[in-house]
Design a binder for this molecule. Structure first.
Ligand code: NAP
Length: 178
């Protein structure tokens, strides 16, 4: 069914370390960052979340409440999902039908999806930098560089380290201007 209505805002939401790593050796580069976790849960609550098949395979799906759409070139039968919830290209994100009254949908990773969606698809980015100051080495998966001519910083909040947050952080919001 197609509705003659405005498409929802397409937002990317991610957290990176101070070298813009999303993951090192397949793991987040930090252990305890409660403010980041809560921020993510609060932003995506009740919304459709869209992710690549690797992130889908690695994520814990026991918490309900989000419709999940997976991006994969494989058949939907390989996932525990409905046919309409597996899409086969980045461009197909534009065709994801929002749930009733949903004005924002979220791309939640991983690296290959953020890199592709940053080029033209995403309208907004929620990006949290965790100042890990780590010298961790390994296979790095990076968030794409953001060009000032393309993205405008519209929000920035500093988070101090404390017993729930191993490292200080900065939570930023960017809007596409080009
Ligand atoms: N720090 C953060 O905020 C954050 C957030 C999310 C994920 N991560 C991390 O990111 C890592 C995963 O990132 P990743 O880049 O390896 O994998 P990914 O982006 O999650 O998934 C890659 C898969 O997505 C599908 N795909 C990618 N581009 C496609 C296209 N143009 N058309 C159709 N399908 C496409 C392919 O699936 P098929 O092979 O099935 O065809 C591909 O193998 C994990 O370590 C995860 O922990 C970090």
């Amino acid at each position: 069914m197609s509705f003659n209505r405005k498409r929802p805002v397409i937002s990317m939401i991610a957290a990176v370390d101070d070298r813009w790593n999303l993951a090192v050796d397949g793991r987040l580069p930090w252990k305890r960052q409660l403010a980041d976790k809560n921020y993510y849960l609060q932003k995506v609550a009740g919304h459709t979340i869209i992710m690549g098949s690797t992130t889908y395979a690695a994520a814990d799906h026991s918490r309900k409440g989000n419709r999940i759409v997976v991006i994969s070139r494989r058949s939907f039968k390989e996932f525990n999902l409905l046919e309409e919830d597996v899409i086969d290209s980045i461009e197909a994100i534009l065709t994801v039908e929002p749930q009733t009254e949903e004005n924002e949908i979220f791309i939640t990773g991983g690296g290959s999806i953020y890199t592709a969606a940053e080029k033209e698809i995403a309208d907004r980015i929620y990006l949290n930098i965790i100042y890990t100051d780590s010298s961790k080495t390994g296979k790095e998966i990076k968030f794409p560089d953001l060009d000032n001519n393309k993205w405008k910083l519209v929000g920035s909040e500093k988070i101090a380290a404390d017993q729930d947050n191993e490292f200080p952080a900065k939570f930023m919001i960017y809007e596409r201007i080009n």
